[in-house]
Design a protein around this ligand. Structure first.
Ligand code: FPP
Length: 240
């Protein structure tokens, strides 16, 4: 794949993306929403490969939120099918691609087959490290924090900790993202200017780049532009 002209800039270690705009992309073409998600899945493949080429260490994508169950049965099963197809393919090509997979979210609501694919992808790729892809699946940022608080409370009840032991770093260890550095850059295509319950804790100091392009039309050039914009920002972490 050709790298675009801006790729010489050092990319952030961790990029997170809200893959938004699939439905509108399909509507503009008179296609069913599932066709938009299929195009979005292709874009994800391109961007994951590009991130690997650039040397990005972590790519986190919002694939299905805790709120997305409200969509039609047809749309939900279409997205699940695309995920299943992708993971089957990723398991087949694992030795070639060296991508490591993690899953953030409550997977227990997914079909047993998809849960099995997620577990296999996570286990079998654990030793790889070209890029780590974190799929947020049945994920919500508030839900993640509630679960972490609940798990800590259980450990307090079990006598493992005292309430005053809780610190930011201890709480981080109870999140789905335990051990993963926070994203420096979060990209939301499609023109929406919201965080939509994505990585609420982890995004405390992230740079957001909102772009007008719909996700199926997003490509390496757009990723380069977002990285460029990230480099223009002056990250101070609350200092001067
Ligand atoms: C948001 O766009 C997108 C989703 C809710 C689903 C994202 C899923 C994929 C890209 C496919 C998953 C598969 C792989 C392999 C990554 P939207 O439907 O809300 O778009 P709209 O706002 O234009 O309606």
């Amino acid at each position: 794949m050709a790298q675009t002209e801006n790729a010489v800039l050092q990319p952030p270690r961790h990029i997170a993306i809200i893959m938004d705009g699939n439905g509108r992309w399909a509507k503009q073409r008179g296609l069913p929403r599932t066709a938009g998600h299929a195009a979005g899945a292709e874009t994800f493949r391109t961007i994951a490969n590009y991130c690997r080429t650039l040397g990005v260490e972590y790519l986190t994508v919002y694939a299905f939120s805790t709120e997305n169950w409200k969509r039609s049965q047809e749309e939900v099963s279409g997205i699940m099918k695309l995920l299943g197809n992708y993971l089957t393919e990723a398991l087949r090509d694992m030795e070639k691609n060296h991508v490591r997979f993690r899953f953030f979210g409550d997977l227990s609501r997914l079909s047993p087959q998809l849960q099995k694919l997620c577990a296999e992808a996570q286990d079998k790729s654990a030793g790889f490290g070209d890029v780590q892809v974190n799929f947020c699946l049945n994920y919500g940022g508030r839900d993640e924090i509630v679960r972490a608080a609940r798990a800590f409370a259980q450990d307090v009840a079990a006598g493992k900790y005292q309430p005053q032991d809780l610190s930011e770093s201890l709480l981080s260890g109870y999140l789905y993202s335990a051990g993963v550095p926070d994203p420096e850059l979060i990209i939301r295509p499609s023109g929406e200017l919201r965080t939509s319950n994505f990585l609420l804790w982890q995004s405390a100091y992230s740079e957001y780049v909102f772009m007008d392009v719909l996700w199926p039309d997003f490509g390496p050039r757009e990723l380069d532009r977002a990285i460029e914009e990230y480099h223009r920002r002056n990250r101070r972490f609350g200092g001067v």
